[in-house]
Design a protein around this ligand. Structure first.
Ligand SMILES: [Zn+2]
Length: 227
Protein backbone atom coordinates (compact mmCIF):
# COMPACT_ATOMS: atom_id res chain seq x y z
CA UNK A 1 0.00 0.00 0.00
CA UNK A 2 1.58 3.25 -1.09
CA UNK A 3 1.95 6.31 1.10
CA UNK A 4 0.07 8.24 -1.57
CA UNK A 5 -3.09 6.20 -0.94
CA UNK A 6 -2.74 6.57 2.82
CA UNK A 7 -2.20 10.32 2.49
CA UNK A 8 -5.27 10.63 0.26
CA UNK A 9 -7.34 8.74 2.81
CA UNK A 10 -6.02 10.89 5.65
CA UNK A 11 -6.97 14.03 3.74
CA UNK A 12 -10.50 12.62 3.39
CA UNK A 13 -10.52 11.98 7.14
CA UNK A 14 -9.42 15.55 7.80
CA UNK A 15 -12.26 16.85 5.60
CA UNK A 16 -14.79 14.61 7.33
CA UNK A 17 -13.61 15.73 10.76
CA UNK A 18 -13.71 19.38 9.72
CA UNK A 19 -17.23 18.97 8.33
CA UNK A 20 -18.45 17.32 11.54
CA UNK A 21 -17.02 20.23 13.54
CA UNK A 22 -18.46 22.88 11.21
CA UNK A 23 -21.88 21.19 11.39
CA UNK A 24 -21.61 21.33 15.16
CA UNK A 25 -20.86 25.06 14.93
CA UNK A 26 -24.06 25.57 12.92
CA UNK A 27 -26.15 23.47 15.31
CA UNK A 28 -24.77 25.42 18.25
CA UNK A 29 -25.47 28.79 16.65
CA UNK A 30 -29.11 27.80 15.91
CA UNK A 31 -29.63 26.36 19.35
CA UNK A 32 -28.07 29.28 21.20
CA UNK A 33 -30.27 31.63 19.20
CA UNK A 34 -33.35 29.76 20.45
CA UNK A 35 -31.99 29.30 23.99
CA UNK A 36 -29.75 32.29 24.86
CA UNK A 37 -29.27 30.82 28.35
CA UNK A 38 -27.13 28.09 26.78
CA UNK A 39 -24.84 30.71 25.27
CA UNK A 40 -24.59 32.41 28.66
CA UNK A 41 -23.65 29.11 30.30
CA UNK A 42 -20.97 28.43 27.71
CA UNK A 43 -19.54 31.92 28.12
CA UNK A 44 -19.52 31.44 31.87
CA UNK A 45 -17.74 28.07 31.52
CA UNK A 46 -15.09 29.66 29.32
CA UNK A 47 -14.64 32.57 31.73
CA UNK A 48 -14.37 30.21 34.70
CA UNK A 49 -11.72 28.07 32.98
CA UNK A 50 -9.62 31.10 32.15
CA UNK A 51 -10.00 32.67 35.57
CA UNK A 52 -9.29 29.42 37.42
CA UNK A 53 -6.15 28.78 35.37
CA UNK A 54 -4.97 32.31 36.19
CA UNK A 55 -5.82 31.93 39.90
CA UNK A 56 -4.08 28.58 40.14
CA UNK A 57 -0.95 30.06 38.63
CA UNK A 58 -1.11 32.83 41.21
CA UNK A 59 -1.91 30.27 43.93
CA UNK A 60 -5.36 31.75 44.58
CA UNK A 61 -8.72 29.94 44.85
CA UNK A 62 -9.18 26.18 44.66
CA UNK A 63 -9.71 23.60 41.95
CA UNK A 64 -12.55 22.06 43.97
CA UNK A 65 -14.53 25.35 43.82
CA UNK A 66 -14.00 25.49 40.08
CA UNK A 67 -15.13 21.90 39.59
CA UNK A 68 -18.24 22.51 41.69
CA UNK A 69 -19.24 25.58 39.64
CA UNK A 70 -18.58 23.71 36.38
CA UNK A 71 -20.77 20.82 37.48
CA UNK A 72 -23.59 23.23 38.37
CA UNK A 73 -23.40 24.93 34.99
CA UNK A 74 -23.28 21.61 33.15
CA UNK A 75 -26.31 20.44 35.09
CA UNK A 76 -28.23 23.61 34.10
CA UNK A 77 -27.27 23.04 30.48
CA UNK A 78 -28.38 19.39 30.60
CA UNK A 79 -31.75 20.46 32.10
CA UNK A 80 -32.37 22.96 29.31
CA UNK A 81 -31.57 20.34 26.66
CA UNK A 82 -33.71 17.72 28.40
CA UNK A 83 -36.71 20.08 28.70
CA UNK A 84 -36.42 20.89 24.98
CA UNK A 85 -36.20 17.16 24.09
CA UNK A 86 -32.75 17.62 22.59
CA UNK A 87 -30.42 14.58 22.80
CA UNK A 88 -27.38 15.01 25.04
CA UNK A 89 -24.97 14.39 22.12
CA UNK A 90 -26.50 17.22 20.08
CA UNK A 91 -23.72 19.54 21.17
CA UNK A 92 -20.96 17.15 20.18
CA UNK A 93 -19.54 16.58 16.68
CA UNK A 94 -21.16 13.70 14.78
CA UNK A 95 -18.04 11.82 13.71
CA UNK A 96 -18.43 8.84 11.35
CA UNK A 97 -16.14 6.80 13.58
CA UNK A 98 -16.57 7.30 17.30
CA UNK A 99 -13.41 5.31 18.04
CA UNK A 100 -10.96 7.65 16.30
CA UNK A 101 -13.19 10.75 15.92
CA UNK A 102 -12.36 10.67 12.21
CA UNK A 103 -8.63 11.00 12.74
CA UNK A 104 -7.85 7.43 11.55
CA UNK A 105 -5.76 6.72 14.64
CA UNK A 106 -6.45 5.59 18.19
CA UNK A 107 -4.41 5.17 21.37
CA UNK A 108 -4.18 1.54 22.43
CA UNK A 109 -4.10 0.15 25.96
CA UNK A 110 -0.31 0.58 26.05
CA UNK A 111 -0.78 4.29 25.23
CA UNK A 112 0.69 3.82 21.78
CA UNK A 113 -0.87 5.35 18.67
CA UNK A 114 -2.14 2.85 16.14
CA UNK A 115 -4.31 2.82 13.03
CA UNK A 116 -8.03 2.69 13.73
CA UNK A 117 -9.95 -0.32 12.40
CA UNK A 118 -11.97 2.01 10.12
CA UNK A 119 -8.82 3.17 8.34
CA UNK A 120 -7.47 -0.39 8.17
CA UNK A 121 -10.73 -1.47 6.58
CA UNK A 122 -10.54 1.32 3.98
CA UNK A 123 -6.99 0.31 3.06
CA UNK A 124 -8.14 -3.29 2.83
CA UNK A 125 -11.05 -2.34 0.57
CA UNK A 126 -8.70 -0.42 -1.73
CA UNK A 127 -6.24 -3.34 -1.85
CA UNK A 128 -9.11 -5.65 -2.56
CA UNK A 129 -10.44 -3.52 -5.42
CA UNK A 130 -6.96 -3.30 -6.92
CA UNK A 131 -6.52 -7.08 -6.84
CA UNK A 132 -8.35 -9.50 -9.09
CA UNK A 133 -10.19 -11.02 -6.14
CA UNK A 134 -13.66 -10.94 -7.63
CA UNK A 135 -16.60 -13.27 -7.03
CA UNK A 136 -15.82 -13.68 -3.36
CA UNK A 137 -19.52 -13.97 -2.66
CA UNK A 138 -19.64 -17.06 -4.85
CA UNK A 139 -16.20 -18.47 -4.14
CA UNK A 140 -15.66 -18.86 -0.42
CA UNK A 141 -15.53 -21.51 2.28
CA UNK A 142 -19.32 -21.53 2.56
CA UNK A 143 -19.78 -22.40 -1.10
CA UNK A 144 -16.90 -24.88 -1.28
CA UNK A 145 -18.28 -28.14 -2.66
CA UNK A 146 -16.03 -31.10 -1.96
CA UNK A 147 -18.31 -33.37 -4.01
CA UNK A 148 -16.93 -31.82 -7.18
CA UNK A 149 -13.70 -33.73 -6.61
CA UNK A 150 -13.25 -37.44 -7.27
CA UNK A 151 -13.29 -39.71 -4.27
CA UNK A 152 -11.24 -42.55 -5.71
CA UNK A 153 -7.55 -43.10 -5.08
CA UNK A 154 -5.54 -43.44 -8.28
CA UNK A 155 -1.81 -42.82 -7.82
CA UNK A 156 -1.00 -43.16 -11.52
CA UNK A 157 -3.64 -40.60 -12.47
CA UNK A 158 -3.55 -38.11 -9.56
CA UNK A 159 0.05 -38.62 -8.32
CA UNK A 160 -1.20 -38.95 -4.74
CA UNK A 161 -2.01 -41.91 -2.54
CA UNK A 162 -5.13 -40.09 -1.38
CA UNK A 163 -8.21 -39.13 -3.38
CA UNK A 164 -8.48 -35.63 -4.93
CA UNK A 165 -11.39 -34.97 -2.56
CA UNK A 166 -9.32 -35.80 0.52
CA UNK A 167 -6.47 -33.76 -0.88
CA UNK A 168 -8.73 -30.73 -1.41
CA UNK A 169 -10.23 -31.09 2.05
CA UNK A 170 -6.71 -31.19 3.53
CA UNK A 171 -5.82 -27.98 1.66
CA UNK A 172 -9.06 -26.37 2.80
CA UNK A 173 -8.23 -27.26 6.40
CA UNK A 174 -4.73 -25.78 6.02
CA UNK A 175 -6.29 -22.54 4.67
CA UNK A 176 -8.66 -22.35 7.62
CA UNK A 177 -5.81 -22.92 10.07
CA UNK A 178 -3.75 -20.24 8.30
CA UNK A 179 -6.53 -17.66 8.62
CA UNK A 180 -7.24 -18.60 12.22
CA UNK A 181 -3.54 -18.09 13.00
CA UNK A 182 -3.22 -14.94 10.92
CA UNK A 183 -2.03 -12.90 13.91
CA UNK A 184 0.37 -15.55 15.13
CA UNK A 185 3.92 -14.57 14.02
CA UNK A 186 5.08 -18.15 14.70
CA UNK A 187 2.67 -19.56 12.15
CA UNK A 188 4.24 -20.23 8.75
CA UNK A 189 3.00 -18.60 5.53
CA UNK A 190 1.19 -20.51 2.82
CA UNK A 191 2.68 -20.95 -0.63
CA UNK A 192 0.48 -22.14 -3.49
CA UNK A 193 2.43 -23.64 -6.33
CA UNK A 194 1.52 -25.73 -9.38
CA UNK A 195 0.46 -25.60 -12.99
CA UNK A 196 -2.23 -23.27 -14.24
CA UNK A 197 -5.81 -24.48 -13.91
CA UNK A 198 -5.32 -26.20 -10.54
CA UNK A 199 -7.48 -23.56 -8.80
CA UNK A 200 -4.73 -21.96 -6.71
CA UNK A 201 -6.52 -18.62 -7.09
CA UNK A 202 -9.72 -20.24 -5.85
CA UNK A 203 -8.06 -21.26 -2.57
CA UNK A 204 -6.50 -17.83 -2.18
CA UNK A 205 -9.98 -16.35 -2.57
CA UNK A 206 -11.32 -18.75 0.05
CA UNK A 207 -8.94 -17.60 2.71
CA UNK A 208 -9.06 -13.93 1.67
CA UNK A 209 -12.82 -14.00 2.07
CA UNK A 210 -12.42 -15.52 5.51
CA UNK A 211 -9.84 -12.91 6.49
CA UNK A 212 -12.07 -10.10 5.23
CA UNK A 213 -14.91 -11.60 7.25
CA UNK A 214 -12.70 -11.49 10.30
CA UNK A 215 -11.81 -7.89 9.33
CA UNK A 216 -8.12 -8.60 9.27
CA UNK A 217 -5.73 -6.56 7.16
CA UNK A 218 -4.83 -9.15 4.53
CA UNK A 219 -2.01 -8.34 2.11
CA UNK A 220 -4.20 -9.03 -0.89
CA UNK A 221 -1.62 -7.76 -3.36
CA UNK A 222 0.54 -10.77 -2.41
CA UNK A 223 -2.39 -13.06 -3.06
CA UNK A 224 -2.83 -11.54 -6.47
CA UNK A 225 0.73 -12.27 -7.55
CA UNK A 226 0.40 -16.02 -7.21
CA UNK A 227 -2.81 -16.51 -9.18
ZN1 LIG B 1 -11.92 5.06 13.16
Amino acid sequence: MSNEILNTLLKEYEQKKLKAEMDLGKRKADLYFKFPELQRIEDELNRLSFETAKNLLNKKGSLADFEKKVEELKYKKACILHDANIPSNYLKPYYSCTMCNDTGYVTNKDYKTEMCSCLKQKLLDISFNKSNMSNLDKENFDTFNENLFADDVDVSKYKFNISPRTNMLNIKQKCIEFVDNFDNPEYKNLLFTGNTGLRKDFYVKLYCKRIIKKRKNCTLSNCYCIT
